[in-house]
Design a protein around this ligand. Structure first.
Ligand SMILES: [Zn+2]
Length: 326
């Protein structure tokens, strides 16, 4: 039975701006390829979709900024073609009032700070273009910090990384710790006081992948009022990689059990993962996750919180106020 009022689903991570052009499909048109597009988000009842702007490490570093601008342009071209159905989420008051049926907010997020080339002024330019979240790194080292694959070196945030984090807080940008090295994570926590998110990471205690979070990291995110988006990639869900919707719920349950249900959200990683759990094959299946949580005895309030409410709470806290007209 669908809930009334409808769920406001939020997904904190997808790679569609990277995948769609490669798959010769447009974000605003329904496709059989990939995991996510606007018509499928509308069918699922997604309220806010985060769109990663990703620096492909196989490309030349000199092109990272142009690559990012191209992905941002892909988003805005689809937003324009959608005639208002897809809108950028820019300001706190965008979230006031009831969502209009069929309208999806896109939140643009840099996955890795490579396009900044270490410059705080370039961060401000990306903010003007609508970027409202950023993870400092993907898996590798850059000017700002060490990524997860560099964890052995023990490196964390650079001085430039610290300056960028300070500016993100001032601007009202969401700080994302997914992909950051372990030392970088703790540097980030020592440099910030507000909530941070892990947009697409799971619990390392359940699945010992370095991209997943330790219990201490989960506790630190939870204590600050942050949220953790459960990643659907089977190798991040279970050791033998044979994942179903029940494995996603295992991570929901584990994180909620440690720090409370208010710290859990979704970070599907759709269009960035080669395989999906059985039952969550594309974004139209997201409501099935809510149905399964309800069936397992989760309260309607908790299901609304996990499926989107927790991230909406965080965004209302972090996002900037709309500049007053002058
Ligand atoms: Zn990622």
């Amino acid at each position: 039975m669908p809930l009334t009022p409808p769920l406001r689903i939020v997904d904190a991570h997808c790679d569609t701006l990277w995948a769609a052009p490669r798959e010769k499909r447009a974000l605003h048109e329904r496709s059989e390829r990939g995991h996510l597009d606007l018509p499928r988000l509308q069918e699922a009842g997604v309220y806010i979709q985060f769109f990663a702007v990703f620096s492909d490490p196989s490309h030349a570093a000199a092109g990272f900024t142009a690559d990012a601008l191209g992905m941002i342009e892909t988003f805005y071209e689809s937003a324009e073609a959608s005639r208002g159905s897809l809108r950028p989420l820019l300001w706190r008051d965008d979230l006031d009032g009831a969502p209009q049926a069929g309208q999806v907010f896109g939140l643009l997020s840099l996955e890795g700070g490579e396009p900044l080339h270490g410059r705080v002024d370039v961060l401000r330019s990306f903010f003007r273009l609508g970027i409202r979240a950023m993870g400092l790194t993907w898996n590798h080292r850059n000017e700002l910090a060490d990524g997860q694959l560099e964890s052995e070196s023990g490196g964390g945030l650079t001085r430039r990384g610290r300056a960028v984090v300070r500016e993100m807080e001032r601007l009202g940008m969401v700080i994302d710790c997914s992909h950051l090295s372990d030392a970088g994570f703790w540097d980030l926590m020592s440099q910030t006081t507000g909530p941070v998110i892990a947009s697409h990471s799971n619990a390392r205690a359940l699945c010992p992948h370095p991209r997943n979070l330790t219990d201490e990291q989960i506790a630190a995110i939870g204590e600050r009022g942050g949220v953790i988006g459960i990643n659907f990639f089977p190798p991040f869900l279970r050791r033998d990689e044979d994942a179903t919707i029940a494995d996603v719920i295992r991570h929901v349950e584990y994180i909620a059990g440690r720090v409370g249900v208010q710290a859990v959200c979704l970070g599907s990683d759709y269009d960035g993962i080669s395989r999906t759990p059985v039952g969550l094959e594309d974004c139209t299946k997201l409501p099935a996750l809510a149905e399964e949580l309800l069936r397992l005895g989760y309260s309607e309030d908790d299901v609304r919180a996990i499926m989107g409410g927790n991230m909406v709470r965080l965004l209302k806290h972090v996002l900037p106020n709309r500049p007053s007209a002058s």
